[in-house]
Design a protein around this ligand. Structure first.
Ligand code: IYR
Length: 223
């Protein structure tokens, strides 16, 4: 028989199917209200809240449980300013020729441009870094697995948790993002994955009038 060494019982508490159906409907409604926000209030968010949210992200599954991520949480005004300036430099180039005409047309309905003032206004910027490998205490490289999948899942946990906790965020991907390694002094094995401003929306914040695909559009059933 296979040994149970290294295993512990999973403390599962079974709920009724009625309860699960109700929970899933409530969660669907809640998640369908989540939107990417580009207009933030400068109202502060307590550091402990940000720590809780990041630790929810860090509870995500990952390849071989390597947890190949680092989350930088920035509220420092000078560092936010540096990030804004560097991001806008790249985005200016993006919006003035680096993005294809097709890409620009696809973005038009979102009303975005190279100005990223939210990077200074939002009280927190969480920058998710992926670790393509780890370095142990002897300086030896340790392999990580399914790194993009793992940080993608952790980022999804983070975005969901931010919404459920009662805050808003934007999944921002200034491109290229190498400037974040320099400004945040990251080691060579960490590469920026997502930049997530977090906080409250500004008074009267507006969002694009867009809709999500229907169940028929996104699900192929095999029942
Ligand atoms: N990174 C740019 C452009 C941009 C790209 C995509 I794909 C978006 O969904 C939104 C914006 C910017 O942040 O403006």
């Amino acid at each position: 028989m296979k040994s149970n060494k290294g295993f512990i019982p999973y403390p599962f508490q079974k709920r009724s199917e009625t309860q699960i159906l109700e929970n899933s409907s409530n969660l669907l409604l809640e998640y369908s209200k989540r939107r990417s926000i580009r207009h933030f209030s400068d109202e502060n968010v307590d550091q402990k809240i940000i720590e809780n949210l990041i630790m929810i992200a860090a509870s995500a599954p990952s390849g071989a449980n390597k947890q190949p991520w680092t989350f930088c949480a920035v509220s420092n005004l000078e560092i936010k300013k540096k990030i804004r300036e560097a991001a806008e430099k790249e985005e200016y180039i993006n919006y003035h020729g680096r993005m294809s005409d097709e890409w620009m047309e696809d973005l038009a309905h979102l009303g975005t441009d190279w100005n990223k003032e939210f990077l200074e206004i939002a009280p927190w910027l969480i920058i998710v870094f992926k670790k393509s490998y780890d370095v142990d205490s002897l300086g030896e490289k340790q392999k990580n697995y399914y790194v993009s999948e793992s940080v993608g899942i952790a980022s999804g946990f983070l975005i969901g948790a931010i919404h459920e906790a009662g805050l808003v965020c934007l999944t921002h991907t200034p491109s290229p993002m190498d400037f974040l390694c320099r400004i945040l002094n990251r080691p060579i094995n960490e590469k920026p994955w997502l930049l997530i401003p977090v906080g409250y929306p500004s008074k009267g914040a507006m969002v694009p009038d867009i809709s999500r695909k229907s169940a028929e559009d996104v699900i192929s059933w095999f029942v």
